[in-house]
Design a protein around this ligand. Structure first.
Ligand code: ATP
Ligand code: MG
Length: 395
């Protein structure tokens, strides 16, 4: 049993001593069979949240309405969640009511895929009620129970299936895939924020083409913002070298906007509920990416883009199979005489004092001219020289 689980055994022991059941569940149990590094160890129990809180000295109510209590134990923290069924679904979204139950089987039944419906007790014994291990061995993603019903309960599960396919190199089992094809329109009912998270995980997966292909094939793309008429362009993503893994969310969005030839990136990204920072960087990045078709980075482009966007654009160019110039470009960037206006050796105040003048729009113009001349190497970044130049420009 991996160390992360061993450390958590006392938690399960204490719950059992209090007369309840407790098991390791979810992604971390699956990851043992995949030999993947574990992140969080989740525990499910028959104890109700109030009962869990009585067992442990230190707890935090992180999601008590969903049955989750955070237990702090020996400098680690564990999410302990009460067995539950999700009884009433409205609008194909998450349940509006959670029902706590005492039965592990009921809890495992409501999980999305058989590989995610495994439980392990404190002796390391696996409880596999839905042939999850067989599915893992066959590298298959299989819905628990009737796939159509499960996607009707929560349509996000379809996107989760696609992203697991991309992360794990698993195939979506035939009946489960057919149900996705049949019910793809239900994605319309799901909040964009939840779809966004799964979509990005799909794009960042090591086997993204696998997830993407099924995303296209099942028609799910038609119910994602801005993708309805982009089937052909989405297919172009499959032509990129998959072994060049997409390493960040920003890289994913810029690459997507570029390959999909998105005209109004602000509009597109806002529809996807992306942050303003992503909007800005992708917007800038698109302009530079298109410009690199025509010319190399100029000092002015490097300066105006800033380090973050320069790296972003180069990372995307690498994935696009364009010759990688990241190292070279960063050398040029480091050589810039100034990297921001703050680094200019004079500021407005000093120019005013030197010229004994009153502020006005002329001042900004002079500072921009100085900035440009320093950037182009026409002037050294030297206070005296800059002030002299300011005087000449003022005349
Ligand atoms: P990851 O390794 O990416 O965290 P995970 O399988 O742990 O994958 P989580 O989103 O952390 O995924 O969810 C934990 C567990 O909760 C899942 O393994 C699954 O059993 C269950 N689960 C999560 N979301 C859903 C859902 N929408 N429907 C049904 N079960 C779900
Ligand atoms: Mg998880």
């Amino acid at each position: 049993m991996p160390l992360e689980f061993k450390q958590a055994i006392p938690i399960i022991e204490k719950i059992e001593q209090a007369g309840f059941e407790a098991y390791f569940v979810g992604g971390s149990v699956r990851d043992i069979f995949l030999n993947h590094p574990l992140h969080d160890v989740d525990i499910a129990t028959s104890a109700f949240p109030e009962e869990v809180k009585q067992i442990f000295k230190k707890t935090v109510d992180v999601g008590i309405e969903h049955g989750t209590v955070l237990v702090l134990f020996e400098h680690e923290q564990y999410e302990v969640t009460t067995f539950r069924t999700e009884s009433t679904y409205q609008d194909y979204r998450r349940p509006d009511e959670v029902t706590f139950v005492r039965s592990l089987e009921e809890d495992l039944k409501r999980r999305d895929f058989t590989m995610n419906a495994l439980a392990m007790n404190l002796d390391g014994k696996i409880i596999d009620l839905f042939n999850g291990i067989e599915a893992i061995n066959k590298k298959e993603i299989v819905a628990v129970g009737n796939p159509s019903e499960r996607f009707n309960e929560d349509a996000l599960r379809m996107m989760r299936g696609l992203r697991f396919s991309s992360q794990l190199n698993f195939t979506i089992e035939e009946k489960t895939k057919e149900a996705i094809k049949e019910h793809h329109a239900l994605l319309d009912k799901i909040s964009v924020e939840r779809i966004n998270i799964e979509w990005i995980k799909l794009l960042l997966g090591n086997y993204r083409n696998k997830g993407l292909l099924t995303f296209i094939e099942t028609g799910c793309y038609q119910y994602c913002p801005g993708l309805k008429n982009k089937q052909k362009e989405l297919t172009n993503l499959l032509l990129l070298n998959e072994s060049l893994v997409i390493k960040s969310e920003e890289i994913a969005w810029l690459l997507l906007c570029y390959v999909l030839d998105i005209e109004n990136t602000n509009h597109f990204l806002r529809d996807w509920k992306c942050s303003n920072k992503i909007l800005q960087n992708v917007n800038q990045g698109m302009k530079q990416l298109k410009k690199r078709k025509l010319e190399e980075w100029s000092n002015d482009d490097l300066y105006r883009s800033g380090e973050e966007v320069v790296i972003l654009v180069e990372e995307v160019r690498i994935i696009l199979g364009e010759e990688s110039t990241l190292e070279q470009v960063m050398i040029s960037y480091e050589k810039l005489p100034i990297k921001s206006m703050k680094e200019l050796e004079v500021n407005g105040k000093e120019v005013l004092a030197y010229l004994d003048a009153q502020p006005g729009p002329w001042l900004g113009e002079i500072l921009s001219t100085l900035e440009e001349k320093v950037l182009n190497g026409e002037l050294p970044n030297n206070k005296e020289k800059l002030l002299e130049q300011a005087k000449i420009l003022r005349k």
